[in-house]
Design a protein around this ligand. Structure first.
Ligand SMILES: [Zn+2]
Length: 282
């Protein structure tokens, strides 16, 4: 509703102008990112570089809702004059982060292990994602429009299962790894050696599906002809082989989740598959 105040909540730690940022709470029903930011701020870390910590959608967080007007992670770069709160917040957030390197924290219904999401267009974000302690890095460009990752140098991470303590623990570890890898904190970061995938589409689920059962695991290839899910009155068979990504029985109303293809075992292979411009082209 127009006129209602909605402001991102930003805190800077460390000396100077920040060119690093940690963002939580784009979705108000995913508190783990905001809790991780609070944990890190509560320890009053002695940062060697300035870092901006941002709670992106406080009104949705207070309401414990994913969003109030529109899904904030589909409306970047946002619009400061929109009647929709999330469009105004997206514009504010894009402005707050400028060209910073950003870690944005989300949580999910489908996975307990962290997964990073990037744009195929932004090599700096990919370079950060490839070093985070995650098992998988996914380019979601072909399927999502207007995600925060469409801004340069933004990595989104699904830290774990929504509303679990484990998700908050993962998120806190990821923030520390990110701050170490960018030399904001001393010590060697915990890094991973993820594989790389490309999101290619969604996997439909009837809205009135009763007793949906998922028969496959995320990131394990499903071959053509395999029954990947059932409901009380239907079986769902793969027309083509695919990799399930963010699939779950009840995470979304109209889809089981997403399908993808493998893009490689290394960042170099993935960039070739994604047609990523060289870093200097950004
Ligand atoms: Zn989210």
């Amino acid at each position: 509703m127009f006129g209602e105040r909605a402001e991102v909540d930003a805190t800077v730690l460390g000396d100077g102008d920040p060119d690093l940022a940690v963002v939580g709470g784009i979705h108000g029903d995913e508190p783990s990112g905001v809790r991780a930011i609070r944990h890190v701020l509560d320890t009053e870390p002695d940062l060697e570089r300035a870092v901006k910590f941002v709670v992106a959608n406080p009104p949705a967080g207070v309401a414990h809702r994913r969003y109030l007007d529109v899904d904030m992670n589909r409306v970047f770069p946002g619009d400061p004059d929109s009647p929709d709160r999330e469009r105004r917040l997206a514009a504010q957030l894009a402005d707050e982060i400028g060209g910073s390197i950003v870690l944005s924290l989300h949580s999910t219904h489908s996975s307990t292990n962290p997964i990073a999401f990037v744009s195929g267009k932004h090599p700096d974000a990919q370079a950060v994602a490839a070093r985070l302690p995650v098992e998988h890095v996914v380019n979601h460009d072909p399927v999502v429009d207007g995600a925060f990752t469409s801004c340069k140098r933004v990595v989104s991470v699904e830290v774990g299962r929504q509303l679990t303590d484990a998700a908050t623990t993962n998120a806190t570890k990821l923030v520390r790894s990110f701050l170490r890898m960018t030399d904001a904190l001393p010590d060697e970061p915990t890094t991973g050696s993820p594989d790389f995938h490309t999101l290619t589409g969604s996997v439909e689920k009837p809205a009135d599906a009763e007793d949906p059962q998922l028969l496959v695991d995320n990131f394990r290839e499903v071959s053509e002809g395999t029954t990947y899910a059932t409901t009380s009155d239907a079986e769902f068979v793969a027309d083509d082989s695919f990799y399930p990504i963010l699939m779950s029985e009840t995470g979304y109303d109209h889809i089981f989740g997403y399908r993808g293809r493998r893009a490689g075992d290394s960042l170099q292979e993935a960039r070739a598959a994604w047609g990523t411009p060289l870093a200097g082209d950004e």
